[in-house]
Design a protein around this ligand. Sequence first.
Ligand SMILES: [Zn+2]
Length: 123
Amino acid sequence: MTNNAERLQRENKTVGLMIALYCKHHHQYENSQLCPSCEELKAFCERRVERCVYGTDKPVCNKCPIHCYKPTKREQIRAVMRWAGPRMLLHHPVLAIRHLLAERRPLPPRPGKKHRKKSETHS
Ligand SMILES: [Zn+2]
């Protein structure tokens, strides 16, 4: 596995933990189960990471210039990040610091639109 793929997995894990932390304090988080809306948010975030146009070169979402989140989901995740961000340092310091370091990576060049097959663009 490449470093980048590991980094993406870690990002997903970090986001999942942040949502769990938030849910525990704000919703009906029980038996390590997220409430339905947080569960959905988490699945949504994982899908976004998977489908990011940057692929494995993806910057952390809050630094990304491409706003692929729907406005409602964007607000939801921002509320979670704002609340859980500082608490992550207490609960999961290693992940939190790694995430902060990842935020400092320079942005990769923005990839172009999806490549078309040569036969389609050939005139
Ligand atoms: Zn919740």
